[in-house]
Design a protein around this ligand. Structure first.
Ligand SMILES: Cc1cc2nc3c(=O)[nH]c(=O)nc-3n(C[C@H](O)[C@H](O)[C@H](O)COP(=O)(O)OP(=O)(O)OC[C@H]3O[C@@H](n4cnc5c(N)ncnc54)[C@H](O)[C@@H]3O)c2cc1C
Length: 410
């Protein structure tokens, strides 16, 4: 949809809630033309008008409307050249904000949401540990209460964008005598606090998007706890459910995104009329159809979601996206022939300020290997779908009801 379409729909009397958000979009675009306005100012005004997350409450970047209308807002603003808050702060925008709005106090919502949306404060997610990835509830980082503060010790790993983050969502063990899911507490930790050390971890692409993070006697004010003491797992689930949708639930325009990139490679390497292998066309069409089916599935899941927090169906998009991205980028590299073996970026050994999934086929081929690990592995997505959607018998969990402290671990 173009801005003109949006304007026409407003002028033509698109009524109710959709008409209201389109009118607000038009007001924003008139007040602050995106091409001549700096990003922070534009996003700040977008937040104040309730167009950041339309399903959030008024005063917190929303209008209390259906989350479906966010698509209308995004299409309208982006087609006019507006910046995307999620691109600069993917973890804060996709996971931090829904967790804060669901579990945070009024003061926390006021403090965190606006600078998160404007990208003035970047967020990271500190869940995985060397001994706890898929089984994140088994984690060992410890939070011990000391008056109005907590003292945090432990190590996290694979922490995307920790090196540019102001805040981290962290879950730590506050009561080791409880079974693993019950003794956890969730905090927002200041990544600039004394005792926080962030060290880069380089990926197969030569970039360090992620890090290992060490916490040594880090003091967290109790005011930065999200949810009740011992309720950390419940809060974490909000983060994790939103993570899956934020990674796998995207709805790009038809033929854009990964499949759009593959189409460009196809057109360059297989000009119309040039001799080519019939099975290549077959593979290309199969991938295109899978991309379109995923897009439509994600639209349907979004339509079914009347509240903000997604359910286990979010795992479908995450699972399908991971396998699709790997297959698309493998095929793109195949189309390059011998050139596909050369990595055009070199290995920059840099710490980027955001995550890049497709810069060229070779980079994407390497980066997309992580898609079936990050945000929950493909095997874990299959387990969730089997148990929570299909109702099949559960995985064997021998440690579920034992005090965490009594569970043997290496
Ligand atoms: C690019 C990237 C970015 C990441 N960013 C972050 C981040 O910002 N914050 C963060 O907290 N974490 C992050 N992670 C970590 C990610 O969430 C974990 O790597 C993931 O959850 C898997 O955990 P693990 O690596 O410990 O593997 P393990 O849990 O040790 O799994 C090893 C293998 O065993 C399989 N497996 C494990 N349990 C089961 C089971 N019950 N049934 C069947 N198979 C099973 C897994 O599927 C996998 O194949 C990131 C990872 C990557 C690759």
């Amino acid at each position: 949809m173009t801005v003109t379409d949006a304007t026409d729909r407003t002028a033509g009397g698109t009524g109710g809630d959709e008409g209201r958000v389109l009118e607000l979009c038009r007001q924003l675009l008139d007040e602050l033309p995106p091409r001549s306005t700096d990003k922070v100012t534009f996003l700040g005004r977008q937040f104040d008008l309730g167009l950041a997350w339309v399903h959030f409450p008024e005063g917190h970047g929303g209008l209390g409307l259906s989350p479906k209308l966010q698509r209308t807002v995004n299409e309208t603003l982006w087609s006019a050249g507006a910046p995307s808050a999620g691109a600069g702060n993917p973890i804060g925008h996709g996971m931090g904000a829904p967790t804060v709005v669901t579990h945070g106090s009024e003061a926390q919502k006021q403090r965190y949401l606006r600078p998160l949306f404007t990208n003035e404060e970047i967020w990271c997610q500190l869940f995985s540990e060397p001994g706890a990835g898929s089984d994140v509830a088994g984690l060992s980082s410890k939070a011990v209460r000391d008056g109005d503060e907590w003292i945090l010790n432990g190590q996290k790993v694979w922490t995307t964008l920790a090196h540019v983050s102001r805040w981290g969502m962290i879950v730590a063990r506050s009561d080791p005598r409880q079974p693993k899911h019950k003794g956890l507490t969730y905090f927002v930790v200041d990544m600039h606090a004394p005792g926080v050390e962030v060290r880069p971890l380089f990926q197969i692409t030569g970039e360090a998007e992620f890090n290992e993070v060490y916490f040594t006697d880090v003091r967290i004010p109790d005011a930065e706890r999200l949810g009740d003491v011992g309720e950390g797992w419940r809060v974490s689930l909000t983060t994790l459910m939103n993570e899956r949708v934020s990674i796998g639930g995207q709805v790009p325009r038809r033929g854009s995104g990964f499949i759009g990139e593959l189409t460009k490679v196809w057109k360059e390497r297989r000009p119309e009329g040039a001799p080519g292998r019939a099975e290549d066309l077959d593979t290309f069409m199969r991938l295109w159809i899978r991309a379109e089916v995923l897009r439509l599935t994600n639209i349907r899941a979004g339509q079914a979601r009347t509240q903000g927090t997604p359910g286990p169906e979010g795992s479908i998009g995450k699972l399908a996206m991971a396998e699709l991205h790997k297959d698309i980028s493998s095929f793109a590299v195949d189309l390059l022939g011998a050139e596909g073996m050369i990595f055009p970026d070199g290995y920059p050994m840099e710490r980027p300020s955001t995550t890049a999934l497709w810069r060229n086929p070779q980079q994407s081929f390497l980066r997309s290997r992580a898609n079936s690990i990050e945000g929950g592995t493909t095997e874990i997505m299959l387990n969730i779908l089997a148990e929570r959607v299909l109702g099949l018998p559960g995985d064997i969990r021998v440690d579920k009801d034992r005090p965490w402290i009594d569970v043997p671990r290496s």
